[in-house]
Design a protein around this ligand. Structure first.
Ligand SMILES: [Zn+2]
Ligand SMILES: [Zn+2]
Length: 137
C-alpha cells in the first residue's frame, strides 16, 4: 500500500480496511471522476473484490470525511474524485460520455463581481462543461 493512501485514511480517522484501501487506490489511479461500478471494475482488475454495496458505503464515508467529493456529470449516477486534486473543472461529451479534466480556471472576476454585487464571499466553486468531444463533433 502506498503511503499516501495510509496517510489519507489515518488523517480521516478511518480504519485501514482492505475495501477502503482498494477504493482509494482506484480513485487515486483514475485520471477522471469514477462512479461506483467503474470503481468496482477497477478493483476486480487488480484481482480483488469488494461488492458494490460496500463501495457505495465507502464512498459516502469518504465524502463525509472530506477525502472525496461527488461530481455531477449529468449521468445516471454520481461520480467521485479525490478532494486532494488541484482545482480543476470537467468537460463531458454528450454523445460518448467521455470526461476530461481542464486545468484552466479564470473565474476570479466572476467571484469578485459576486462579492461586489451580493456581498457574498465565495469559498469555492464547481463547474462542469457539457458539449461534444473532438471525435463526436
Ligand atoms: Zn464524444
Ligand atoms: Zn475553477
Amino acid at each position: 500500500m502506498n503511503s499516501m493512501i495510509k496517510k489519507t485514511l489515518q488523517g480521516a480517522n478511518l480504519k485501514q480496511t482492505k475495501a477502503r484501501i482498494a477504493v482509494l487506490s482506484a480513485l487515486e489511479e483514475s485520471k477522471v471522476p469514477m462512479d461506483a461500478s467503474e470503481i468496482h471494475k477497477q478493483i476486480q482488475k487488480s484481482n480483488s473484490d469488494v461488492d458494490l454495496a460496500t463501495i457505495y458505503r465507502i464512498l459516502e464515508k469518504f465524502e463525509a470525511s472530506g477525502i472525496a467529493h461527488r461530481v455531477n456529470l449529468n449521468k445516471d449516477r454520481f461520480h467521485y474524485e479525490l478532494l486532494s486534486l488541484p482545482h480543476h473543472h470537467h468537460v463531458v461529451c454528450k454523445v460518448c460520455g467521455k470526461v476530461q479534466d481542464i486545468q484552466d480556471c479564470d473565474l476570479s472576476t466572476v467571484e469578485q463581481s459576486v462579492k461586489e454585487n451580493l456581498g457574498f464571499a465565495i469559498q469555492n466553486h464547481r463547474l462542469e462543461f457539457f458539449g461534444f468531444c473532438k471525435n463526436c463533433s
